[in-house]
Ligand binder design. Structure first.
Ligand SMILES: [Zn+2]
Length: 97
């Protein structure tokens, strides 16, 4: 029998430092109450500390959930790298429509 798979999520209290909680995958909140002092701790988007989870999978999962809470929005067009900016002089010898 298989239950819901749990993952370890890392939070950090400004007073007490980091702690880890177990939650079903995808249900962790972006903040959690510190078990030591009760202050809200912010979630840290690092790879879960599960040795059974392949590193690439846990990294991708962390990126997905980080993107859901705080998407990295692109606000400008990236520079066109590697694209030739000058016309090829050989184009002048081509027939025009
Ligand atoms: Zn605390």
């Amino acid at each position: 029998m298989r239950g819901r798979q749990l993952a370890g999520y890392l939070y950090e209290c400004p007073q007490c430092g980091p702690w880890e909680i177990q939650r079903p995958i995808g249900t962790a909140e972006s903040t959690a109450e510190c078990p030591n002092c009760g202050a809200p701790g912010r979630r840290r988007y690092t790879a879960p500390l599960l040795s059974r989870t392949p590193r690439a999978v846990s990294m991708a999962r962390g990126r997905t959930e980080a993107s859901r809470d705080a998407p990295a929005v692109t606000t400008s067009v990236p520079p066109a790298a590697g694209r030739p900016s000058a016309r090829d002089p050989r184009w002048n010898s081509l027939p025009r429509p």
